[in-house]
Design a protein around this ligand. Structure first.
Ligand SMILES: *[C@@H]1O[C@H](CO)[C@@H](O)[C@H](O)[C@H]1NC(C)=O
Length: 440
């Protein structure tokens, strides 16, 4: 592990560029044929889903195959440009314009209480519908009574943990929560949330999962009920974008912000959403991870098929996997993979990860202006978020502390080194009172 200084950054950037992808003409040809084919299938599926939705539910939800309307409603303004702007030959030809009519967003006065025919309706997937108050699922680790005494009445510090895309509070409760030291147990209250649309939290079928919706429900479920006047934030990946928004709104309360692999790719405001989409989900066949993310981020209806197949039938997959691996419990990360609906994942990908990108510079400026401690942690082998993201933060905001962990990836920056990671967090929290103290 090393702390990044501004001079070091240039070399790292050159070393870890993700340019080792085959770029021959055969590859380019193959790639364009396959993506053209996928464009076509997605168009076809637009028709098929429309009829299926109308058949099962009487009304087809809108999709983003159409051109964006000139006059946009309040909800639509906050939608990411990438939703309507994804290029498709077929959209360009105006094929898709007539497939779906945008029905005025009906104000249903709350969340519709029924799972969609294409989403899983098992007890655990719909358990959130039973609660009247629509609040996020939060896991709280209160300071224990014994240790409160031992800490001799130090004030209680709060930490809010935000997980990444297709994950849940388990990402923190199964790692950091098990590794906090005795002294921290005494005066820290740890709060891990399941973000809107993930884990055990509500997955409203007509939600747009915009940055604002995520922020609002975090306020309603964590900040207001716990009456948090001061807190630290810890976030991973997509959660970082939300953490920026929370911190920029609560500059008086936030003591430190720790960002693990933040998706930060600086570009002009107009292009920010597409810069992120094109970089994190570039339409490429290779490497497979990139192909998978482009498949799920560019093709709304194909992605819905994948979710229909996997998330809707997650119980079958889980028992099959348990049988094959002869384990009684599956790893929490595998269990979390299916705890979302297509709508929640699709919209969070676009509206938070892509659409939220254009606000990050402003948020960062606000945090710096208020002297809030920012610490960025990333593994140098991260193949989801380019290492450049952390380096760019350091270059643009030299006040931010950047820790690069050698031989660690997007997830293994925490998993497998829980103890060290937790120790870094504890150092950040304890030093945030004194802004001159070093993290190391
Ligand atoms: C840290 O957390 C990991 C993962 O939960 C666990 O396996 C390990 O035993 C913990 N370490 C300590 C010292 O408690």
């Amino acid at each position: 592990m090393y702390v990044l200084s501004s001079t070091y950054s240039i070399r790292v950037e050159v070393e870890y560029g993700r340019e080792n992808v085959p770029q021959t003409s055969t590859y380019a040809f193959l790639s364009s044929i396959i993506f053209l084919f996928l464009d076509f299938i997605d168009t076809l599926l637009c028709f098929i889903y429309r009829y299926l939705d109308e058949f099962f539910e009487g009304k087809a939800p809108h999709c983003y195959c159409k051109k964006r309307r000139e006059q946009v409603g309040e909800e639509e303004i906050e939608l990411s440009e990438t939703l309507y702007g994804r290029k498709s030959v077929f959209r360009k030809m105006g094929f898709l314009g007539f497939t779906r009519k945008w029905k005025e967003c009906e104000k249903t006065g709350g969340v519709q209480r029924k799972n969609r025919w294409s989403d899983c309706g098992c007890e655990s997937c719909v358990s959130w519908m039973k609660n009247d108050e629509k609040k996020l699922h939060v896991v709280v680790r209160e300071p224990s009574q014994d240790s409160i005494k031992a800490s001799r009445g130090n004030p209680i510090e709060n930490v809010i943990f935000l997980h990444g895309f297709i994950s849940s509070s388990s990402f923190w409760t199964e790692t950091v929560f098990h590794n906090i030291s005795e002294s921290v147990k005494g005066n820290y209250r740890l709060i891990a949330v399941d973000l809107l649309g993930f884990g055990k939290s509500p997955k409203p079928r007509d939600g747009f999962y915009t940055l604002r919706e995520h922020l609002d429900i975090i306020e309603k479920s964590v900040i207001a009920p716990f009456d948090l006047k001061s807190f630290h934030l810890v976030a991973h990946s997509m959660g970082c974008t939300i953490a920026f928004a929370v911190a920029a709104k609560y500059t008086k309360s936030v003591k430190s912000v720790t960002l693990v692999a933040p998706p930060y790719l600086p570009s002009s405001k107009d292009e920010a959403s597409f810069t992120v989409l094109n970089r994190l989900a570039e339409r490429r066949l290779w490497p497979p991870l990139l192909f998978a993310s482009s498949f799920m981020s560019w093709y709304e209806h194909l992605g819905r098929c994948v979710c229909f197949f996997i998330c809707r039938n997650h119980r079958i997959w889980e028992s099959t996997l348990k049988l094959l691996t002869r384990k009684r419990e599956l790893h929490f990360m595998i269990m979390d993979l299916t705890k979302h609906t297509h709508r929640s994942a699709w919209h969070s990908m676009h509206n938070v990860i892509c659409g939220g990108a254009k606000y990050i510079d402003d948020y960062l400026n606000t945090l710096i202006k208020h002297g809030i401690k920012i610490c960025v942690i990333q593994g140098d082998q991260d193949d989801v978020i380019p290492l450049k993201c952390s380096i760019n933060i350091k270059m643009k905001f030299p006040d931010a502390k950047v820790l690069i962990i050698t031989n660690a990836g997007h997830i293994t920056v925490i998993l497998g080194r829980e103890k060290e990671f937790t120790q870094s967090l504890e150092r950040i929290w304890s030093s945030s009172a004194d802004t001159n103290a070093l993290v190391e």
